[in-house]
Design a protein around this ligand. Sequence first.
Ligand code: MG
Length: 160
Amino acid sequence: MAKDFRIGHGFDVHRFRRGRKLMLGGVEIPHTRGLYGHSDADAVLHALINALLGAMAEGDIGSHFPDTDPSLKGIASSKMLAEVLRTMRRKRFKLVNVDITLVAQAPKLAPHYLTMRKSVAGLCNVRVDRISIKATTTERLGWVGAGKGMAATALVLLAR
Ligand code: MG
């Protein structure tokens, strides 16, 4: 029988705030500001979680992990990802590959691509060649270009 493939897309945005750590892909990236949110505001993992949930037609991150839940305040996004991956395995899906694009004016992210990829690969328990992370600026246009915040998109392919 043909394999059952499922594609998923995720998108996430957070604003920058001083005094916060910049967490991306489960690692801290050195910067003058971090992303603000109820959790650790890891835009890479949030986009990935939304893509995984999308591939399984299981709703979105907000319905699984509401930002009104005080027990989730400051939670590491890696814990939310682990829970979604448990759902994925329970449904007998395997993660084929992930392609993430960060949209940010600063900091420069290319020097951190491999660190983030290794971290996400470790969290997902797959080889690093199945995890792509790259970034673009918006040529200083719009709120991203003005440095107000950062966006991330993720595409995933699942198979069973
Ligand atoms: Mg988010």
